[in-house]
Design a binder for this molecule. Structure first.
Ligand SMILES: Nc1ncnc2c1ncn2[C@@H]1O[C@H](COP(=O)(O)OP(=O)(O)OP(=O)(O)O)[C@@H](O)[C@H]1O
Length: 273
């Protein structure tokens, strides 16, 4: 059994009196690649910030093994543009020596940019730089917030491929957020669909059949992913709150749900197999 790198139990986050993350339980093990999907404002970034300790959970518990090294690739790189900063210096600020810096940049395909200014990098180059910085820490857990944003379509597939290779090389666990549903379905091991609470979770081929997935992303997206329609017993408002009809409190984890993520409250759409 692979080592557990992060264990979340009924984690909720309330910000400004608004419930942003609702009783999320999940477990990340060494070797896992888990992708969190969900609409804008669903609480994805907030959830990973609680794993990183940047955001405090309002309730629930998060446990990480002592000494776990986490490599984090944030959604954006916010830097003071008036300060000159080379790629090498940026890496050095993260504690990386020249050799380690060169190796990490080479691994993410941007070694030729060592002397370039970080302010002049393209969107895709910035993402690769951030990945290199995370990689240089030799992380046990890699946390990526939309790593493929600003990357062209071929580059996205290559980036996901690289993440898989890094997982194998470092024998780490990976948790990432993505909006690239086609790539997620093709290139990820496990998917968690978050809309404040965990709507559904499981392996990509199963989750794309899930009514909660269709409810969250709509039929156009679902059909483009060659999924089929099911009855789903509740709806969400724009804030992810459950509205109308069915209860989202009871129900059991459905077919296609993997052991380690618990939907809380659980969606209970009916499958028509
Ligand atoms: N520090 C904060 N104070 C108050 N509200 C916040 C704070 N941070 C995030 N929020 C709110 O929490 C909600 C969830 O934000 P979050 O960034 O986690 O969503 P997300 O699922 O990552 O969205 P996206 O896909 O657009 O990046 C949003 O409505 C956001 O405005």
């Amino acid at each position: 059994m692979n080592e557990v790198l992060a264990e979340l139990s009924k984690v909720s986050v309330t910000l400004n009196d608004r419930l942003i993350v609702d009783r999320v339980s999940l477990s990340i093990k060494r070797g896992d690649i888990i992708t969190i999907i969900g609409p804008n404002g669903a609480g994805k970034t907030t959830l990973i910030k609680t794993i990183l300790g940047i955001q405090k959970a309002s309730s629930g518990s998060i446990s990480l093994p002592p000494g776990l090294v986490i490599g984090y690739v944030p959604q954006t790189l916010n830097l003071e543009t008036t300060l000159p900063l080379s790629v090498e210096r940026f890496m050095a600020l993260g504690g990386c020596d020249r050799k380690g810096c060169q190796q990490a940049l080479a691994r993410t395909g941007v070694a030729h940019l060592m002397a370039a200014s970080v302010h002049h990098l393209s969107g895709g180059e910035k993402q690769r730089l951030l990945l290199a910085r995370a990689l240089a820490r030799q992380p046990g857990l890699l946390v990526l917030d939309e790593p493929a944003q600003g990357v062209d379509i071929n580059g996205q597939a290559a980036l996901y491929d690289l993440v898989r290779q890094l997982r194998d090389e470092l024998n780490c666990g990976v948790i990432m957020i993505s909006h690239d549903l086609h790539l997620v379905m093709a290139a990820t091991d496990k998917v968690i669909c978050l809309n404040q609470h965990v709507c559904c979770s499981g392996f990509p081929e199963d989750i794309s059949h899930d009514p909660a997935f269709i409810e969250t992303f709509g039929t156009a997206v679902a059909e483009s992913l060659a999924v089929y329609h099911h009855h789903h017993n509740h709806r969400h408002d724009l804030h992810g709150n459950v509205i109308g009809g069915g209860s989202a409190i009871d129900g059991t984890l459905k077919k296609g749900t993997f052991d380690d993520a618990e939907a809380a409250p659980t969606c209970s759409g009916h499958h028509h197999d």
